[in-house]
Design a binder for this molecule. Structure first.
Ligand code: SF4
Ligand code: SF4
Length: 473
């Protein structure tokens, strides 16, 4: 049990967690054996869904526009019917905080299930492993091929594998960039060679990253690069569901004939077949206890259950369970302060998020002063300041807007402009001029406020402050 992770109850100091096995894993190549079973079926459904959504979502249209698009060039973010401006960035931050707390809840409840079932790194690695199995064969064939000198057979298998890996990596990189620049025009420009240099660079970058992460680095990303794996134990308690080996039932381990009664032979239920180790994508032995490397993929559960079935033993020698259930034979404890606390925080934040989103004013305005000239004097001797107003319709319908100068500063006049229409999500750059008689101005730097309101709904208003500059009196 030297590699065991202390839970919060045992050690409040997560910094002391270390894993001597990492040294061993670093040097040894891992050839995970494929396994079927209840949990692997669930995982594969989740992963197929994630891959499908990732690729398909980029191509879905909503109101004639790409449904999910983070248009960095025009500083607009579209998520289905919603349009966000950079000023709405706090919604994204908030969403990330909710996601983090949701992850805490899930981790307190069921350990690293996120890693095993929905993490993109695990998802892509599983897909790559499946291709490796198709092109190079099952575990034993892959080990043999790895040791064999280069031959035509080995070359063809390896080349096919890397070609398919690169193809998937390219599709992944292309779709990823397609979330930041309209994917249809990206495809057209890519094919016709009209994509700017940066477009090619980013697609290449994400292609290479996917290929290296999922094809070459695999579990090493989880060991060395993922921060979540490092702080997970802080959230574990003795009632967290984790993949565990039932030592009491399994030991003493040892081979035996199916016909032998283990009790009579002084043996536990573990036949020491090593299948749980062979299927582990991180190359660990779950019988050594909970380990930092374990991503809770449950492959060892499915493997061991298949052995238990063959031996005619009860399933569950390796299973999802808690330390308290294993040690004290107690039931599962739902009412734990940490689980309730995190869940309550998530719930409150979600309610507040939905409320804020619903109450969000679907209009934004920004004022940019003319940078070339602080002010100018017209033929009538009046001082003029020129601005560009950036007005964005963040609603889902075309709107007509009316611009005024708010506040009680009547000495400064807005040269009137007509009411203007903006389509859903459209941004307009309005040139606007203010003028004032210098004799009426008490100071050379006056605060002014532009106000835009929707003609159809006076509650939809947005204001922005700026300064009116004039020569000193
Ligand atoms: S020990 Fe079991 S659950 Fe953990 S990573 Fe290995 S196979 Fe998956
Ligand atoms: S698969 Fe089950 S029986 Fe085989 S070594 Fe692992 S724990 Fe023991």
């Amino acid at each position: 049990m030297s590699n065991k992770i202390p839970t919060q109850d045992q050690s409040p100091n997560p910094v002391q967690i270390h894993s001597p096995k990492l040294m061993h894993i670093d040097k040894a190549k891992i050839f995970p054996r494929s396994i079927r079973g209840f949990y692997q079926n669930i995982r594969h459904v989740f992963m197929a869904f994630i891959l499908f959504v990732y690729v398909a979502l980029a191509w879905v249209k909503w109101d004639g526009r790409q449904a999910v698009l983070f248009d960095l060039e025009h500083r607009q973010f579209f998520i289905f019917g919603w349009t966000f401006a950079p000023q709405d960035f706090f919604f994204l931050s908030w969403l990330l905080i909710i996601a983090a707390f949701t992850l805490f809840v899930v981790t307190v409840f069921a350990g690293r299930v996120f890693c095993g079932y929905v993490c993109p790194q695990t998802t892509w690695t599983t897909l790559y492993l499946w291709i490796e199995k198709i092109t190079e064969g099952e575990r034993n064939a892959r080990i043999k091929l790895d040791k064999a000198p280069m031959s035509v057979n080995k070359f063809i298998r390896r080349a096919t594998k890397h070609f398919l890996w690169l193809l998937i990596a390219f599709a992944t990189g292309f779709v990823f960039v397609g979330y930041f620049t309209p994917v249809r025009s990206l495809a057209e420009d890519f094919v016709t060679g009209n994509l700017g240099g940066w477009g090619y660079v980013f697609i290449l970058l994400f292609t290479v990253l996917t290929y290296l992460n999922a094809g070459w680095m695999r579990e090493k990303v989880c060991f060395y690069m993922c921060p979540y794996g490092r702080f997970q134990s802080v959230m574990f308690d003795k009632d967290t569901l984790i993949v565990s080996y039932d030592t009491e039932r399994g030991e003493s381990r040892g081979a035996r004939k199916k016909t032998v009664d283990p009790k009579e032979a002084g043996l536990g239920d573990c036949i020491d077949c090593q299948l749980c180790v062979q299927v582990c994508p991180t190359g660990i032995d779950i019988r050594d206890g909970l380990q930092l490397e374990c991503i809770q993929c449950a492959a060892c559960i499915d493997a061991c259950d298949s052995i238990m079935d063959q031996m005619g033993y009860q399933r569950g020698l390796v299973r999802y369970t808690t330390e308290n259930i294993l040690e004290k034979k107690s039931g599962y404890h739902w009412l734990r302060p940490r689980l309730i606390g995190y869940s309550a925080v998530v719930l409150v934040m979600m309610v507040m998020f939905v409320y804020s989103l619903a109450a969000r004013v679907p209009l934004s305005i920004d004022a940019i002063r003319d940078r070339n000239q602080l002010y100018r004097e017209n033929s009538e001797g009046l001082i003029e300041n020129v601005y560009t107003l950036k007005v964005m319709n963040k609603s889902q319908q075309t709107q007509q807007y009316h611009l005024t100068l708010a506040g009680d500063n009547t000495n400064i006049q807005l040269i009137p402009i007509d009411d203007f229409n903006l389509d859903a999500g459209e941004v307009s750059n309005l040139p606007v001029t203010l003028q004032a008689d210098p004799a009426d101005l008490a100071q050379s730097n006056t605060k002014i406020t532009f106000k835009v309101e929707a003609v159809a709904d006076k509650n939809v208003t947005a204001q922005v402050e700026s300064r009116f500059l004039s020569p000193s009196n």
